[in-house]
Design a protein. Sequence first.
Length: 314
Amino acid sequence: MNTSSGTPGPWARWAAPAAASVTVVLWASAFVSIRSAGEAYSPGALALGRLLAGAVVLGAVAAVRRIGLPPRGAWPGILLSGVLWFGVYMVVLNWGEREVDAGTAALLVNIGPLLIALLGGALLGEGLPRPLLAGVVVSFAGAVVVGLSTSGDGGASALGVVLCLLAAGSYAAGVVAQKPALRHAGALQVTTYGCLVGAVVCLPFTGTLLTELRTAPLGATLNMVYLGVFPTALAFTTWAFALSRTTAGRMGATTYAVPALVVLMSWALLGEVPAPLALAGGALCLAGVAVSRRRGPAPAAGTGARTPVPDTAE
């Protein structure tokens, strides 16, 4: 008799939380590695090196699994998400982290889940409930407070704040663009070819990357390779694995741990701690995300339920 519908075993129960935990830790570590490698590599060169390393790993896995080319219907989403999420996001984030510490960058970028829900409601017909709009207001207030921390020693750079907010917006738009592609192709296909698109977008930085490779210390180059292999190739794979086994809302909640981990990692490894005002503003940003995740009024009878939009971090 088939017993597959019975109570799941220990592995089935713990596989998704374990994969999500791997993703959160690796994405948190990316902020610290970017900050460290950014001392030797310019933003575009670092993004290109990271994407090339990630594309090699993802391409090897795709070849072993013989996944082939995505269907035609997936390509618009792959191209747009590749440009915005893998390309623009990584360059702008690298630039932003030259201006602000890793913890402040993580606090600002983690308003991305809120922006994803906002864009999903506006562009994918998933609704704009009151908690979402209230969360936008609270997070905007938090961004303003972080901006106020730009004055004085140890404060964030105003340019860095703007760049991190732009990074949050670009990856949120990339995730929303990616969602339709996942109706036509698997997560590995979409991630692999999205990473390749991002690498192509960053090819104009090839000359800079080659020049900086000759002068960069070994530690910075290893950080760049680490970014491609682990926070890009591995973490995006474990994210897709976990997301396929739980709800997007529950997965999104796990990304709220990223800024706290980044602050701890950057303090331990880089000796950096965000300014108190930046921490307060970042807490407001995360509070806005939490408010946006509250359930609004139940939909009226006969109306469709909202489809959750994937939340992401680094």
